[in-house]
Design a protein around this ligand. Structure first.
Ligand code: FES
Length: 91
């Protein structure tokens, strides 16, 4: 099962990962927040601007922590976590 939108194949390189128990593929290194947006998962990201692919525009002290998700059992910021092979994401 592809995690991308139907009819829009992912360019290479892609990596295999699991989101909420669904196995699929995503772009290696893309922000996890972007992948979750593409999947239609409702994870808020108040300070993250996808056009810039970074919260660094605001600086670390101003991060909002609204995008926390569990990756491999640990809470991480989806906006600051690059997608990598084998990661297990739970919302
Ligand atoms: S969107 Fe604010 S820390 Fe991730």
């Amino acid at each position: 099962m592809d995690l991308d939108r139907p009819g829009h194949p992912l360019p290479i390189p892609s990596v295999a990962l699991t989101v909420n128990g669904r196995a699929g593929e995503a772009l290696d290194g893309e922000p996890l927040a972007d992948l979750l947006d593409r999947l239609g998962e409702r994870v808020p990201h108040v300070c993250y601007q996808p056009a810039f692919h970074s919260v660094q525009q605001l600086g670390a002290p101003q991060t909002c922590d609204t995008c926390l998700v569990r990756v491999d059992g640990e809470l991480v910021r989806a906006c600051a976590t690059p997608v990598r092979a084998g990661m297990v994401v739970e919302l």
